[in-house]
Design a protein around this ligand. Structure first.
Ligand code: NDP
Length: 517
């Protein structure tokens, strides 16, 4: 029986492959397209979360003791397992999250690639190394290494229910931590599947990756459970609550929050390519993408052509739940109200809807949002200032790329962004000055598919990094060690040092550093 079939056979009594503990409460996860129940899961209380973290703590010791090679071997087995069951997991993602099967395959493929990179690069990024001891400790050897934190708690979202949490899970495991994962209440079956797959692929370290399910209270219990770090992905509002809870036990946090990412289309850009990327960046996954394109600033030279091209491309999109659909239903039903509020606020302030909108004829039905493009949206509208998280795009005419950059940066968020330009030098300069953690030039979202590149934001988009060497280090603490190799005739850090030792040191420091002005 496949893991997905096992989840299908879950009853209120068994609550599936997730350890129920003493909890009696359960909740249903449903298919956002049909409302059909996908699985039944326990609402884990604080006691259950503490027990799971306790088990993970025991497992963490053995997992860390496996060393880089032992962990790599098992992480490779896990990625092999996921790759062999890619379609099974993609089908579950389609049913529980709503995205098209093809998009689910893309998402899982990216996660598998990150798993491979994290496992393959952990030793180089984190392993013991010698560093130069410097003048004042020349008789010592100095060692640096990055040690695991123990158990890492991962609180995940529903929009990329495999790729996003795996950005923390894979890197935390590769760094030698055990992981307890609390998936979103909208995608618990996918979280349970990932943990069950781990148990099947890595039976000798089964408790190194476990799942707890439930609502916000279960996540809060994980914050209080004495874990070494919480990696959170979600809204800035909930991120603040998570930080406040983590402040009680002084648990460090990694915050991957929302975004209001912009694309800049410059005078000499390839307009057709920019439009294609903007439509994909804004509308794929129903716009439920933290690094999705929500705003475009196009210069006067290209604005009309760009709007015409986007309009033509958007008209061919068709949301739905079948295989040919370009994107699926909104995973979290309440998000539809947010999107509608942003569109209505914009039109109330004078914006024009060129495709979609709240009363569009092509509206595919309850649970869906039509692809919506808005022009002339004032900069103080919610559609420009707040995360919309739906298949919408604002396009604003600007004088030049400098004005585009100023408006791009005029936001409390700072997750990512993109630039379309014919000039490499100008694009790189704009990218460096874009106030965001990530920027792609002449494409969108590409940085997320480069495992060596860190992923994270600034401002209200959070702090800390997943992916890359920074992402591995995020789940470790630096450990510094010195070893005296031989004793010097004069030990400056001794009460027995000669009276003139400090004066001699001052002379040496003066000679070495004093000439610098
Ligand atoms: P939240 O930020 O509320 O939830 C994210 C995760 O945190 C979920 O697993 C959630 O559990 C959990 N959680 C909720 N409350 C607490 C708490 N007090 N302590 C610990 N964990 C908690 O996001 P939503 O799913 O409600 O979406 C709301 C908005 O967030 C969206 O409209 C969108 O704008 C944004 N968002 C951004 C994402 C991104 O990638 N940047 C991803 C998802 C959402 P549970 O699901 O059980 O409530």
């Amino acid at each position: 029986m496949s893991l997905a079939e096992e989840i299908d056979t879950v009853t209120r009594e068994s609550a599936g492959s997730v350890d129920r503990h003493a909890t009696s409460r359960t909740f249903d996860s449903t298919d956002p397209a049909t409302g059909a129940v996908v699985g039944v899961f326990p609402v884990h209380d604080a006691e259950a979360v503490d027990a799971t973290v306790g088990q993970a703590r025991d497992a963490a010791t053995a997992w860390a003791a496996l060393g880089f090679d032992g962990r790599r071997q098992r992480l490779d087995a896990y990625r092999g397992y996921l790759a062999r069951r890619l379609h099974e997991l993609a089908d579950l993602v389609h049913r529980e999250n709503g995205k098209p099967h093809a998009d689910a395959i893309l998402e899982i493929s990216l996660a598998v690639d990150h798993l491979a990179w994290a496992a393959g690069h952990a030793r180089k990024a984190l392993g013991p190394r010698r560093v130069r001891a410097g003048m004042l400790a020349a008789n010592h050897a100095a060692y640096l290494e990055y040690q695991p934190l123990g158990v890492v708690g991962v609180i995940g979202p529903w929009n990329y229910p495999v790729f996003t949490p795996m950005g923390s899970i894979a890197y935390a495991l590769a760094a030698g931590n055990a992981v307890v994962f609390k998936p979103s209440e909208y995608t618990p079956a996918i979280g349970a599947w990932l943990a069950a797959a781990w148990r099947a692929a890595v039976p000798d370290a089964a408790d190194a990756f476990q799942v707890v399910t439930g609502f916000g209270d279960t996540g809060a219990a994980l914050c209080r459970a004495g874990v070494g770090k919480i990696a959170f992905t979600g809204s800035a509002a909930t991120g603040r609550k998570v930080m406040a809870t983590c402040a009680e036990p002084l648990t460090p946090v990694l915050m991957e929050l929302g975004g209001k990412d912009a694309m800049i289309v410059d005078d000499d850009a390839d307009v057709v390519a920019a439009a294609d990327a903007a439509v994909w960046g804004a509308m794929s996954n129903g716009g439920q993408t933290c690094i999705g394109v929500e705003r475009v600033y196009a210069t006067e030279a290209v604005y009309d052509r760009f709007v015409a091209e986007v309009t033509a491309q958007v008209r061919s999109l068709r949301p739905g739940s079948d295989d040919e659909a370009t994107y699926g239903p909104m995973t979290m039903p309440s998000q539809i109200e947010v999107v509608n509020r942003h569109v209505e606020d914009a039109t109330g302030k004078g914006a024009r809807v060129i495709t979609g909108g709240t009363d569009d004829d092509a509206f595919p039905g309850e649970g869906y949002v039509a692809p919506t493009v808005l022009l002339d949206v004032p900069e103080d509208a919610a559609a420009i200032r707040e995360e919309t998280f739906g298949p919408t795009l604002t396009i604003t005419r600007v004088r030049d790329a400098e004005e585009a950059l100023r408006l791009t940066n005029d936001t409390s968020y700072g997750l990512a962004g993109s630039i379309f330009s014919g000039s490499k030098a100008k694009a790189l300069d704009l990218a460096r000055r874009m106030r965001s953690g990530m920027t792609s030039i002449n494409s969108v979202l590409t940085f997320a598919s480069v495992p060596a590149l860190p992923f994270g934001g600034v401002g209200d988009s959070g702090f800390g990094r997943i992916h890359g060497e920074d992402g591995l280090k995020e789940f470790t603490r630096a450990k510094a060690i010195t070893r005296q190799r031989f004793a010097l005739p004069t030990n400056l850090m001794s009460f027995r040092r000669p009276a003139d030792a400090a004066d001699q040191l001052a002379r040496v420091v003066g000679m070495l550093h004093g000439r610098h002005r």
